[in-house]
Write a protein that binds this ligand. Structure first.
Ligand code: BES
Ligand code: ZN
Length: 459
């Protein structure tokens, strides 16, 4: 089998790929919303059927206490390494749905980009590998490498059951390297291989003042206002220079080396364009660090949402009984998400006044991950990107999290190659999520090249 024949096959099937991807994107597999449980299940079934269609073997759903993991493999490349491919078939909620220019589950192509929830994160990117496998098997009857695929349905809600799954299914996961396509590339026209991800600690904080909402005239002045207390509490999490004030928060932060900072500075990052595309009046982050350093190499504290009191039209004079916020902290090596959760909770309790009850619920965590990118698999991935995109990739870190990557490293001892082809402006988690079809297409060619490159490394 020559890569040329596979590439020709891929080029000849461009339109079919988009039609099939459209079908996949039509399934609203929103893991965060219980109302969509049946859609998540249907999406797992669709994924399994697709794995069979492309020629994978031993395809099955493996049950977990949550959503099933879809498994498939092809293990006939004797003497060649085995790839463990990981991705997710669940997607984020679509709200605010009114801001979508086309319905989130009716994929629409505009100017070479396909718009739908899950287009980039992550259905489009896993589908790219399904099609690369298909092209190799149809064109040559075999793959140049062994491959096992696992697709999970809970990534967007913290991969709650995946750690247990990895520990329980070590045999089915035996491999030499993990491959994941669930990250953006550095920029349009700048393919990249990602060597670091931030971790995460996600918490909910509930403040209760009284048993019931109160008339703010009759009671204002006599009791604390939970919305105000919550605002004061949140305001104490960071100083004006963007530094997190939780005691001990920075204790385990691995400092950025001068060498890495110099590498970041060499990347083609246009800060003015970045700011203006975001339409932010001014950028903001921790004093003493560049934007890329803040995004990739420094931890943050973010408020994800706040809920309190009357927010409808008009005016209502009320003291709300409760206030709630969802907060999360992005973490870097060597911070431990569980320890950070404890530090946050202790600090929140300490700064909360006695006038209210405060409850902190730790929701989920993910460990930060970073790899030495001077290994043969990452080098192979670099060559494959170059085959697909006609250009050598840069090496970057990312601010987002994929919790299982650290688990693969710790439990299975596997290095990971983050082979993403999304773009930073593709609106993941936001309205009008999209995927550039040129990158999708080049990504299929690059994925087929990746299998060949890793296969050529030998067992
Ligand atoms: N595809 C993202 C991860 C990602 C985003 C990596 C941007 C690099 C840059 C993934 O689907 C995701 O959204 N992960 C969640 C994990 C969380 C729920 C534990 C995230 O980062 O918020
Ligand atoms: Zn996501």
């Amino acid at each position: 089998m020559t890569l040329d024949a596979v590439t020709d096959f891929i080029h000849a099937n461009r339109d079919r790929y988009v039609r099939e991807l459209t079908e996949y994107l039509a399934i609203p597999s929103i893991s965060a919303l219980p109302d969509h449980a049946a859609d998540v299940a249907r999406c797992a079934e669709w994924t399994a059927a697709e794995l069979k269609r492309v020629g994978l073997e031993n395809v099955r759903l493996i049950e977990t206490p949550g959503n099933p993991v879809v498994y498939g493999d092809w293990l006939h490349a004797e003497g060649a390494p085995t790839i463990l491919f990981y991705g997710h078939y669940d997607v984020q909620p679509v709200d605010p749905v009114g801001q979508w220019e086309s319905p989130p589950f009716e994929a629409t192509v505009r100017q070479g980009e396909i718009y739908a929830r899950g287009a980039a994160d992550d259905k489009g990117q896993i589908f790219m590998h399904f099609k690369a496998v298909e092209a190799c098997l149809r064109e040559g009857g075999r793959l140049p490498v062994n491959i096992r695929l696992i697709l999970e349905g809970e990534e967007e809600v913290g991969s709650t059951h995946l750690d247990g799954f990895v520990r329980e299914h070590e045999d089915e996961l035996a491999a030499d390297v993990v491959v994941i396509s669930d990250t953006p590339m550095f920029d349009r026209g700048v393919p990249s291989i990602c060597y670091g991800l931030r971790g995460l600690t996600y918490c909910q904080i509930d403040v209760r003042g009284t048993a019931s909402d109160l008339h703010s005239g009759s009671f204002g002045g006599a009791v604390a206002n939970p919305a105000f207390v919550l605002a004061q509490l949140l305001a104490q999490m960071k100083d004006r220079g963007g530094r997190v004030k939780i005691p001990g928060f920075y204790d385990d932060v691995r400092p950025l080396s001068d060498a890495e900072r110099a590498e970041f500075a060499k990347l083609p990052f246009d800060e003015r364009r970045y700011r203006s595309e975001l339409e932010a009046p001014k950028l903001f982050g921790e004093t003493g660090f560049t934007t890329l350093e803040r995004l990739w190499g420094r931890p943050t504290f973010e408020v994800n949402g706040v809920l309190a009191g009357f927010t409808g039209e008009g005016a209502k004079t009320v003291i709300p009984a409760t206030a709630m916020a969802k907060v999360s902290m992005r973490l870097v090596p060597d911070q431990d998400p569980a320890k950070i959760g404890e530090l946050f909770e202790a600090y929140a309790r300490k700064v909360a006044p006695k006038t209210v009850d405060v409850t902190v619920t730790r929701m989920h965590t993910g460990k930060p991950w970073m790899t030495d990118f001077d290994n043969p698999f990452v080098r192979a991935a670099g060559r494959a990107m170059e085959t697909g995109f006609g250009q050598a990739p840069v090496f970057n870190r990312e601010g987002g999290s994929i919790p299982v990557v650290a688990t693969f490293q710790e439990v299975l001892g596997l290095p990971a190659v983050l082979f993403g082809v999304g773009l930073p402006d593709e609106n993941a988690h936001a309205p009008n999520e999209k995927l550039d079809l040129g990158n999708f297409h080049n990504g299929i060619v690059a994925s087929a090249a990746l299998y060949r490159e890793i296969g050529a490394l030998g067992g």
